[in-house]
Design a binder for this molecule. Structure first.
Ligand SMILES: [Zn+2]
Length: 124
């Protein structure tokens, strides 16, 4: 990741679970532990901008199904920013799993713009 400390999107390791989270986070989105309590941080409002949820149910015939949960993040030009397997497992006959994707947005005061790559799509 290219963001440096203090910039919008700057990452850090969560102190409890070591998941990569935002430097600005007041609550760890992974383990839900509180990270700090200063007034300035509490004024920031995080909204859930996107949530997608779906259930996959095994019809109770045949063998178990194996699954891989793959998450891909792309920028405005379609380039992959991140591509990772976030979980694997099995669904046994008659069993089900529910998968939920949530994107939480937090406004910042960082007014700088990231420089566009030279090969990025032109917008004329
Ligand atoms: Zn955590």
């Amino acid at each position: 990741m290219s963001q440096r400390p203090g910039q919008a999107g700057a990452p850090r390791a969560g102190p409890h679970c070591k998941t990569t989270i935002l430097e600005s986070a007041t609550v760890c989105p992974s383990c839900r532990h509180y990270l700090r309590f200063d007034d300035k941080a509490q004024a920031v409002e995080t909204t859930r901008a996107l949530q997608v949820e779906g259930e996959i149910r095994h019809p109770a015939e045949g063998g178990a199904w194996e699954y891989s949960v793959v998450l891909t993040i792309r920028d405005d030009d379609g380039q992959e920013v991140s591509h990772q397997v976030v979980g694997v497992g099995a669904i046994h006959p008659g069993d089900a799993r529910t998968f939920t994707l949530a994107v939480e947005l937090t406004p910042t005061s960082d007014m700088r713009r990231m420089p566009k790559r030279p090969n990025s799509r032109s917008r004329h």
